[in-house]
Design a protein around this ligand. Structure first.
Ligand SMILES: C[S@@+](CC[C@H](N)C(=O)[O-])C[C@H]1O[C@@H](n2cnc3c(N)ncnc32)[C@H](O)[C@@H]1O
Length: 300
C-alpha cells in the first residue's frame, strides 16, 4: 500500500546510504524490544504538541521508536524524514498507517548534504583537504530541505550519532580533520532543528551518547542512578565523539549562531534504550524556539 504525500524517488545509493539501510534492515524486527524507549520518545513528542499541530521527525527510519497512533491523537500531521525510504515505508505499514494522508514520508533525504561526497572516501583513501573544504562549504550554505516547514515540533531521534558515523565511515577516526568535520556537522544539525521550527515551536533532540560496548555495566544501572552514571562516564570521556549532551545543551544556551532563536533549553533525565546487541544511554534536549523570529542584523 502506498502512503499519501510527497515521496522522493531513486537517488543513487552510495556506500553510506547502503550502510544505513543495512543497519535499518537489522533492527527492523526489534519492535517489542524498543517498547520502553518508544514510550519515552513518544511521550516527549506528545507533551510538546500544540492543538492541531504538525510534527516532523528526522531520522525516523523504521519508526520503532515512534507510537504513530499516539502521535496522531495529538498532532494533525506527522512528517517522517530519512535517508532510507524502505525503512520509512515498512515502519508505516507495520503500524497499520499505510493509507493515511496525515502521515507523509520523505525518503532519500540526506540530512548532512554531504553523504554523496563522503561516500567516495575511505579511511584508507580519505578525501583531500580541498574536498573536505568543499564539504564544509556545502554544509554551511546548504539549500533548504524540500519539506513543508515550519513545523510546530521537530524531533531528531538518535540521528546525530548516525550522521557522525557517516563522517567516521568516510575519514576514519584518526584522520586529522575528523573531529573538525564532526563538529561542523553537529553545528549544522543543531541549526537545522531551529530552522525547521515555527516561532514558539519545540525541538526534541534525542541523543544516544554512550553504549554498553564501552560501559558493560550500563544495563544493570538502576534508573535512579542513570544521571550520576552519565556524569561519571562523561567526566571519564566515555561517550560518542560530538554527542556530549551537556555540551550540546550549553551550545543552545551560548552559541551566537543558535541563542538568538532560543527561548529555553532543558535536558531530560537519561534512560536506557535496549537496542538488542547493545544498550544505549539516552537523553533528550528540549528546546523552545522564541515566539518571535530573531531580527536579522540588517533590521538593526
Ligand atoms: C538510530 S536510527 C533512528 C531509529 C529509528 N527512528 C527507528 O526506530 O528505526 C537513525 C536513522 O538515521 C538515518 N540516517 C542516517 N544517516 C542519515 C542522513 N545522512 N540523512 C538522513 N537520515 C539518515 C538512518 O537511515 C536511520 O533510520
Amino acid at each position: 500500500m502506498q502512503p499519501a504525500g510527497p515521496r522522493r524517488v531513486g537517488r543513487k545509493m552510495n556506500r553510506i546510504a547502503d550502510e544505513q539501510k543495512r543497519q535499518n534492515d537489522h533492527s527492523r524486527g526489534r519492535w517489542d524490544r524498543y517498547a520502553p524507549h518508544r514510550g519515552r520518545v513518544t511521550r516527549l513528542l506528545a507533551d510538546a504538541a500544540p492543538p492541531h499541530g504538525g510534527l516532523c521527525v528526522l531520522g525516523a527510519g523504521n519508526s520503532n521508536d515512534l507510537d504513530l497512533a499516539a502521535l496522531l491523537q495529538v498532532y494533525d500531521q506527522v512528517h517522517l524524514v530519512d535517508l532510507d525510504p524502505h525503512a520509512l515505508q515498512s515502519g508505516l505499514d507495520r503500524q497499520g498507517w499505510g493509507d493515511t494522508e496525515r502521515i507523509r514520508l520523505y525518503g532519500n533525504v540526506d540530512l548532512t548534504w554531504i553523504a554523496d561526497r563522503l561516500a567516495v572516501g575511505t579511511p584508507e583513501r580519505p578525501l583531500s583537504d580541498a574536498e573536505l573544504d568543499l564539504c564544509a562549504e556545502t554544509m554551511a550554505a546548504h539549500p533548504p530541505l524540500d519539506l513543508p516547514s515550519p513545523f510546530d515540533t521537530v524531533a531528531s531521534v538518535c540521528l546525530l550519532t548516525q550522521l557522525i558515523q557517516c563522517v567516521t565511515l568516510s575519514l576514519g577516526e584518526r584522520h586529522p580533520r575528523c573531529v573538525e568535520t564532526i563538529l561542523r556537522l553537529r553545528a549544522q544539525h543543531l541549526g537545522l532543528l531551529l530552522e525547521l521550527l515555527r516561532p514558539g515551536g519545540t525541538a526534541v533532540l534525542v541523543l544516544d551518547f554512550v553504549s554498553s560496548q564501552t560501559c558493560p555495566e550500563l544495563p544493570q544501572v538502576p534508573e535512579s542512578h542513570l544521571f550520576d552514571k552519565a556524569v561519571e562516564l562523561i567526566s571519564r570521556r566515555n561517550f560518542f565523539t560530538g554527542v556530549n549532551p551537556f555540551v550540546i545543551r550549553h551550545l543552545f544556551e551560548s552559541d551566537p549562531a543558535l541563542t538568538p532563536a532560543v527561548d529555553s533549553v532543558q535536558m531530560t533525565a537519561p534512560w536506557l534504550w535496549d537496542f538488542g546487541p547493545r544498550v544505549y544511554l539516552v537523553c533528550a534536549i528540549v528546546i523552545r524556539r522564541k515566539a518571535t523570529a530573531p531580527r536579522s542584523p540588517d533590521d538593526r
